[in-house]
Ligand binder design. Structure first.
Ligand SMILES: O=P(O)(O)OC[C@H]1O[C@H](OP(=O)(O)OP(=O)(O)O)[C@H](O)[C@@H]1O
Ligand SMILES: O=c1cc[nH]c(=O)[nH]1
Ligand SMILES: [Mg+2]
Length: 213
């Protein structure tokens, strides 16, 4: 597993405002969108391309286009939905699949309540979107799901990760034979007793969409 932490002053600035408890939902959504677009630039560094020729007004030139089959972007509901627009802005031809997952607040175990993902992901590059990598349980289950369907290259885009979650993910994916990369804006200090990232930004889903019932 490869971990890439974005090291850029604009990312750090936007993340600081995102963390601020006084930042309201509309601003939180806009900043999430902006941050994802910056992270997507890093996350798509390995996107597959193929050579094409193009005619400029002056001469012919060699270029590239995204290779087939199209990449698949997978936001993990709810909070990952806030990252979708920022990602597909850079990858407009990508297909989008959905995974609905929720973490039990007592056991911290993730469960899947919905999925709409192509049955066969053979040869597909997948970009998983989830702002928070806390214990890593949600992402480990999501990656396993995509690998079981044949995905052969997985990149997860997160806003924040906890060191414990990255270690757990590494352990859970030790036997997975598919390259997995985590791109995140920052790795925070630790998890608290409730499985929240410290200092973190609180509950990303609630801050994006309001408190769930
Ligand atoms: O790394 P983990 O310990 O598994 O925790 C991270 C998960 O928790 C949050 O989702 P939540 O369960 O709050 O659902 P929501 O997005 O609907 O708010 C977050 O968006 C991640 O999906
Ligand atoms: O800090 C955390 C941990 C899990 N989910 C969140 O939204 N925030
Ligand atoms: Mg939540």
């Amino acid at each position: 597993m490869r971990i890439h932490v974005a090291d850029h002053p604009l990312v750090a600035h936007k993340l600081t405002v995102l963390r601020d408890t006084t930042t309201d939902s509309p601003t939180f959504r806009r900043l999430t969108d902006e941050l994802v677009t910056l992270l997507a630039y890093e996350a798509t560094r390995d996107v597959r391309t193929e050579p094409v020729a193009v005619q400029t007004p002056v001469a012919s030139a060699r270029g590239v286009k995204l290779a087939a089959p199209k990449p698949v972007v997978v936001p993990i509901l709810r909070a990952g939905l806030g990252m979708l627009e920022g990602m597909v802005r850079l990858l407009p031809t990508a297909e989008v699949g959905f995974l609905g997952m929720v973490r039990d607040e007592h056991t911290l175990k993730a469960s899947t309540y919905a999925q709409r993902i192509p049955e066969n992901l053979s040869g597909r590059q997948c970009y998983v979107l989830d702002p928070m990598l806390a214990t890593g349980g949600t992402l480990a289950d999501a990656v396993s799901f995509l690998v079981d369907r044949g995905a052969d290259h997985i990149t997860a885009v997160c806003l924040l990760a906890a060191p414990e979650g990255l270690a757990n993910l590494e352990r859970r994916l030790a036997s997975v034979d598919v390259p997995v990369t985590i791109v995140t804006a920052a790795v925070d200090e630790h998890l608290n007793d409730h499985g929240f990232i410290v200092p973190g930004l609180g509950d990303a889903g609630d801050r994006l969409y309001g408190v769930a019932g």
